[in-house]
Design a protein around this ligand. Structure first.
Ligand code: COA
Length: 203
């Protein structure tokens, strides 16, 4: 099989006062299993991958797969860590679901562990992903999709600075088996940079 040479070197990490965003690494599996398993009740409604007891070995395999795909510039799955890196607070990512890297589009996904949710972290991480994505990554368009029933996700998208672009009716099936509409949001680099300049001037 001929592999395209991976010429894109993704930025490795982004630090803010409340959290650190970085690629998963070999050795992160135990932290991922603990965060996901302790958050199952919180995640199961909208996260199809959530299971009640994810074995550490599977989490570790996933971390290695995420790292490999990162290095090959196939997909960018990111852990949300406490600033000192000692505890996993959730996960997010820039996913190539709207074309290849050359199109410079990515879809942001996110989950926050149950005991850290509802305190502003999701909104802060989304804002950081827009800032990091539009200043250090090549993205021109960053999107976000969620179930119309996911009120926390809709509100996070709106508070975080994304624009609602439309609704795909009866588009997917939620993990509970119900057909649902999908709300589509996005931000564009040029618009975000203009708005950021205005934000800076106001400060
Ligand atoms: C969606 C999610 C990432 C948001 O992260 P978070 O840290 O909880 O978000 P924030 O604390 O920044 O809250 C953002 C807004 O959502 C609101 N919100 C949070 N949980 C809510 C809920 N269960 N129902 C309704 N609104 C909710 C908050 O009140 C806040 O709005 P406000 O400031 O106007 O009150 C998190 O709740 C989560 O992990 N959910 C499960 C996984 C998931 O659905 N991921 C998104 C897939 S698209």
């Amino acid at each position: 099989m001929a592999l395209a040479p991976p010429t894109f070197a993704a930025p490795e990490q982004y630090l803010e006062s409340g959290f650190l965003l970085r690629s998963y690494r070999p050795g992160d599996g135990a932290q991922v299993a603990e965060a996901v398993n302790s958050s199952y009740a919180h995640l199961k409604t909208f996260m199809p991958w959530a299971t009640p007891e994810q074995p550490v070995e599977l989490s570790e395999q996933l971390c290695r797969l995420f790292r490999a795909r990162w290095l090959l510039a196939e997909d960018f799955t990111i852990g949300i860590w406490q600033p000192d890196g000692s505890r996993l607070l959730g996960g997010c990512g820039y996913h190539l679901r709207e074309g290849g890297l050359d199109l410079r589009n990515a879809e942001i996904g996110m989950w926050i562990r149950a005991d850290a949710a509802g305190r502003g972290l999701g909104t802060a991480v989304l804002r950081a992903l827009l800032r990091w994505g539009f200043t250090e990554w090549p993205w021109l368009r960053l999107s976000w999709r969620c179930s119309s029933a996911n009120l926390a996700s809709r509100r996070t998208a709106e508070k975080g600075g994304l624009q609602r672009e439309g609704v795909l009716r009866s588009h997917m099936i939620d993990p509970g088996g119900d057909r649902r509409d999908t709300f589509c949001y996005a931000a564009l680099r040029d618009e975000w940079l203009r708005e950021d300049e205005q934000r800076q001037r106001r400060q």
